[in-house]
Design a protein around this ligand. Structure first.
Ligand code: ADP
Length: 251
């Protein structure tokens, strides 16, 4: 008995140590880069060409964004862990919301193509609109960053008439996820160790947060992947007439 308790405490301590070490590493890498480029700009400003200055400033901006994303993701995760995530549910037409996310991501990945296909007169669903957008941002951003320039990301919204559900699919033409890794991608801080992932920025929190939010909103998430690309599907129940016009808030 004593032993099991001790083992559990050790496991918890180890999990904390691993967490601190992962976060510190995630913080140190962009900070080192920001400090390095800022120092170079300060010490050699006159010797640098305007193009070099611009390039270094761009790196500082990108790395700062990476830090902001990490901190925002960590805050979301910590709220999730203590179940303090405020959810504001509303019956929602998800087509314009999804369109906004696609436009936003399109402006960041100018060399990708985006296709948005949806059925007419789709039923509304009961979701927290900010959290729904966060889910779509994570999935469409991943589809874009893990596929090559010039390929197409397709977002599709369909009605499942049999189960009274709405299905949103995000498909890419990237090189996919190895079947042996597929179960790990929804874990906290889990990044797949492949040459592709190594050269792409990320902190392994996006899909963990996504799955958590989908399930909190009573939805389901599925993934299919092959060497031709990956497909993430999110399924929500149609809003019922009783849901309509209601604003449900819970913590
Ligand atoms: P991040 O992108 O920050 O690493 P995520 O939690 O969003 O973290 O994804 C976890 C891992 O799953 C990624 O590191 C990547 O290896 C893999 N992954 C996610 N989406 C895709 C995708 N569309 N295509 C290929 N691999 C993906």
């Amino acid at each position: 008995m004593q032993n099991t308790e001790e083992e559990n405490i050790n496991k918890l301590e180890q999990a904390h140590i691993d967490f601190i070490s992962t976060v510190s590493h995630e913080l140190r890498t962009p900070l080192t880069s920001i400090r390095g480029f800022a120092e170079t700009l300060l010490s050699s400003y006159d010797r640098l060409t305007p193009e070099q200055r611009e390039k270094f400033l761009q790196i500082i901006k990108d790395q700062s964004n990476r830090l902001i994303n990490l901190v925002e993701n960590l805050l979301t995760v910590s709220k999730m862990q203590v179940n303090k995530e405020l959810m504001v549910y509303k019956t929602t037409d998800i087509v314009p919301l999804t369109e906004t996310v696609i436009q936003m991501i399109k402006s960041q990945y100018k060399t990708h193509y985006y296709k948005f296909e949806y059925e007419k007169n789709l039923p509304k669903i009961l979701v927290d609109t900010d959290k729904f957008q966060q889910i779509m941002i994570n999935l469409i951003d991943n589809a874009s960053k893990y596929s090559d320039e010039g390929t197409t990301v397709t977002v599709e919204i369909k009605q499942n008439y049999v189960e009274n559900k709405v299905e949103i699919t995000v498909k890419d033409e990237g090189s996919g996820i190895d079947p042996k890794d597929i179960d790990k991608i929804f874990n906290k801080f889990s990044r797949i160790d492949s040459p592709l992932t190594r050269k792409i920025q990320g902190n392994g929190l996006g899909l963990y947060i996504t799955k958590n939010l989908v399930e909190k909103m009573d939805g389901e998430i599925y993934v299919k992947s092959s060497e031709q690309g990956s497909e993430f599907k999110v399924v929500f129940k149609e809003a019922t007439p009783e849901d309509s016009g209601k604003k449900k808030i819970n913590e």
